[in-house]
Design a protein. Sequence first.
Length: 83
Amino acid sequence: MKIHFKTSSIFEDILPKGSTDDEAMIEFDDGFTPVDVMKQLGLPLDEFYLVILNDAVVPKAQRETTVLSDGDVLGIFPPLKGG
């Protein structure tokens, strides 16, 4: 299954080579959840992330049970920092 993955420039190093504008089409196994994607991409699970699936926020409690489908748009964004 292929999903359209979006993130911020902070995570640009986890995207496949040739990705542009902090986005990529990435192939995963059927039945993957947002947590599975985070694990496969090497994102620490103890961090806070904004997770958006097809323009809807996925609450932390649902990230292990929400199953992705072919063609989904998944965004995983780190918290904004600054002062």
